[in-house]
Write a protein that binds this ligand. Structure first.
Ligand code: PBG
Length: 332
C-alpha cells in the first residue's frame, strides 16, 4: 500500500523547488492593496508615529508614492483623506474639490493604470469623529442612520466623478450599500464596483489608524454601528445583506484575529473577498521588529500567507509596498 507517505512528504518539503511545486497558497503582488493618507499642502510628508514608514502625504508627494507602488506591481491603493476643515456634517467629504477628489484626479493623471479605491466614511471629516451625522435623541447623542446615508451616497458619487475605480463604504450604517449603489447608478456610474466593509468589528486594532486619520471619536465609541468581536454568524448576515444591496467585493476587517470569519465568508458566499489587515496588526509587528524580537519579513510573509490561506482574495495591508518589494527579490 502507500509505502512511506511521511517520508515522501518530507521529501516534498525538502528543497525550494519541490516545496513550491506542491505549494497551495501563493502570495503575489497582484492581490495587494496599499492604504494611503492624503492631506492638504505641498511637499508634506508627516510621519504617522505609531505606523513607522507610513505618512500623511500632500497630493504632490502622494503621486510619487503611487508611482513607486505601480513600479513594484501593486495594483491598487485605498485612499483616506484628512481635510483642512472638519465640521459636524463632514462637508469636506463630498466637496468636488475635496482632498480625496483632488488626489484621485492627480493619480489618474500620473499613474492612470493604478486602481484607485476610496474609503467612503464620514469619520475623518466630522469634528466629533463619528462615522455619521449626530442627533440628540432621548437626551443622548446618537448617529442618525438615514441622514448619514444621503451624505455617504453624495460622497461616493463625488469620488466617482473624480475618477475612482472602486468605492469602499466603511461606515457600517444600515442600508448604505444600497444607497450608494442607487446614487451611483443614477449618476451614470452603473458599472462602478462597490467594495463593502461588510463584517467590520469594533476593534482595538484600529488604534493607530485613528492617529493616522485624526478620526478618534470625541465622545462614546463605535460599538453601536460596528460588530461585536464575539460574533461570526452575525458577520454572515451582514455580508448577505451587503451582497443583496449590490456589493461586488465584500470585506472582513480586521484580518488576523478573524481568520475563521474570512474562511466562513469565502465558503458561504464565494464572492470576491477582501481582508483588511489593519493598523494595529501592522504596528505590533513593527514594534517587535524594531526591538529585534521578530524577523519582520518572515512574519509578515507568514501573516499575509495565512490570510490568503484562510480565503481572502485581496489583501489590504500597510505592508503592500514592502511585500511587493520582497516578492520581487529586493530586500533593501
Ligand atoms: C473608517 C475606517 C477605520 C479604518 C478604516 N476605515 C477606522 C474606524 O472604523 O475606526 C481602520 C483601518 C485601520 O485600522 O487600519 N471608518
Amino acid at each position: 500500500m502507500g509505502g512511506f507517505p511521511i517520508r515522501r512528504m518530507r521529501r516534498l518539503r525538502s528543497g525550494e523547488r519541490m516545496r513550491s511545486l506542491v505549494r497551495e497558497t501563493e502570495l503575489s503582488a497582484s492581490c495587494l492593496v496599499m492604504p494611503l493618507f492624503v492631506r492638504p499642502g505641498k511637499k508634506v510628508r508627516k510621519l504617522i508615529e505609531p505606523m513607522p514608514g507610513n505618512f500623511q502625504l500632500s497630493v504632490d508627494e502622494l503621486v510619487k508614492e503611487v508611482a513607486k507602488l505601480d513600479a513594484a506591481g501593486v495594483p491598487a491603493v485605498l485612499l483616506f483623506g484628512i481635510p483642512a476643515e472638519k465640521d459636524s456634517a463632514g462637508t469636506a467629504a463630498y466637496d468636488e474639490a475635496g482632498i480625496v477628489q483632488q488626489a484621485i484626479r492627480a493619480i489618474k493623471k500620473s499613474s492612470p493604470e493604478m486602481l484607485v479605491i476610496t474609503d467612503v466614511c464620514l469619520c475623518e471629516y466630522t469634528d466629533h469623529g463619528h462615522c455619521g451625522v449626530i442627533v440628540e435623541r432621548r437626551g443622548g447623542k446618537v448617529v442618525d442612520n438615514d441622514r448619514t446615508l444621503e451624505l455617504l451616497a453624495k460622497m461616493a458619487v463625488s469620488h466617482a466623478n473624480a475618477g475612482a475605480d472602486i468605492v469602499a463604504p466603511s461606515d457600517m450604517m444600515d442600508g448604505r450599500v444600497g444607497a450608494v449603489r442607487r446614487a451611483l447608478d443614477g449618476a451614470g456610474f452603473a458599472e462602478l464596483p462597490i467594495m463593502s466593509y461588510s463584517a467590520k468589528y469594533a476593534s482595538g486594532f484600529y488604534g493607530p489608524f485613528r492617529v493616522a486619520a485624526e478620526s478618534a471619536p470625541q465622545f462614546g465609541d463605535r460599538r453601536s454601528y460596528q460588530m461585536d468581536p464575539a460574533n461570526a454568524d452575525e458577520a454572515m448576515r451582514e455580508i448577505a445583506l451587503d451582497i443583496d444591496e449590490g456589493a461586488d467585493i465584500v470585506m472582513v476587517k480586521p484580518a488576523l484575529a478573524y481568520l475563521d470569519v474570512i474562511r466562513r465568508a469565502k465558503e458561504t458566499f464565494r464572492m470576491p473577498l477582501a481582508a483588511y489587515s489593519v493598523s494595529g496588526e501592522f504596528s505590533m509587528v513593527k514594534a517587535a521588529a524594531a526591538n529585534g524580537w521578530l524577523d519582520e519579513k518572515r512574519v509578515v510573509t507568514e501573516i499575509l500567507t495565512g490570510i490568503r490561506r484562510a480565503g481572502a482574495d485581496i489583501l489590504i495591508t500597510y505592508w503592500a509596498a514592502d511585500m511587493a518589494r520582497w516578492l520581487n527579490g529586493n530586500d533593501q
